[in-house]
Design a protein around this ligand. Sequence first.
Ligand code: NDP
Length: 285
Amino acid sequence: MRTLSLPAGGEMPVLGLGTWRMGEAAGRRAAEVAAVREAIAMGYRLIDTAEMYGEGGAETVLGQALAEALRAGDVRREALFIVSKVYPHNASRRGTPEACERSLKRLGLDTIDLYLLHWRGSHPLRETVDAMQALVAKGRIARWGVSNFDIDDMQELVPLIGSGPGCAANQVYLSLAERGPEFSLLPWLRERGMPLMAYSPIDQGALASDDALQALAAQLGMSAAQLALTVVLARPGVAAIPKAVRSAHLQENLAAADLKLDAATLAELDRLHPPPRRKAPLAMI
Ligand code: NDP
């Protein structure tokens, strides 16, 4: 799979698996663990989670799936790229490492490959950045980044980085239905070689059943969800982390990483979902 270079070193696959809504119900746990294992067996290497999802439940599901996959030899730890996030209310100088240790324990890992501040909260950014950099120095995380940061947040962040490890990525809401970041945030990140991780790229499933998208996708021999993913991945510097549990969805989404769109299709998509004409506040789910 194509990868994106990270400013802090290393590479990140352009397509990964989201885990929001996993780990919320005991009755669904076995199916979710099986889905993550299946995803790994299919070739997913980037997996996104957060302490927020199921209040640790999603990390626990992921931890169980990772333990089983590693034990079975389905994948090597070094080949995986595991992303988790700290709650803003935990992102203080002391709270960040404590939250990280809890996440590591649930995940059953020694290191998180990318650890993000989930969104801005009331703790000073200075404290969060210091805590993130200290976690990198200790080897508990390989790199750190942010989520739901608009340009003004990024501009505030940059001077705080100093000579320590920098911000590796910004994870934001980007889909055909929410193209706001394309106006100025994405170009800003691109200029700095910082990937944008697109969350809810299928608009929480809604784009998969969009009539116009389905009609266009059928002409191209793909599904509407694949079309929605392919257009997000067509933007340079963008990775996407669709969530799926159903096997057919996992397969379709993974295959989308290798699909290409011609200029006429991109123009038709612009007609159906016009690009932003001005800066609007960053949308959040
Ligand atoms: P997505 O846009 O990824 O949509 C997920 C939904 O779409 C699920 O209901 C899934 O069904 C369905 N789906 C997936 N693939 C297909 C397909 N090929 N055809 C039809 N339906 C499909 O929404 P999410 O909000 O989950 O976003 C993805 C991930 O991004 C999250 O899981 C999370 O990891 C991250 N995220 C981060 C946020 C942040 O603040 N940083 C905020 C929101 C999300 P099923 O599960 O039944 O297969």
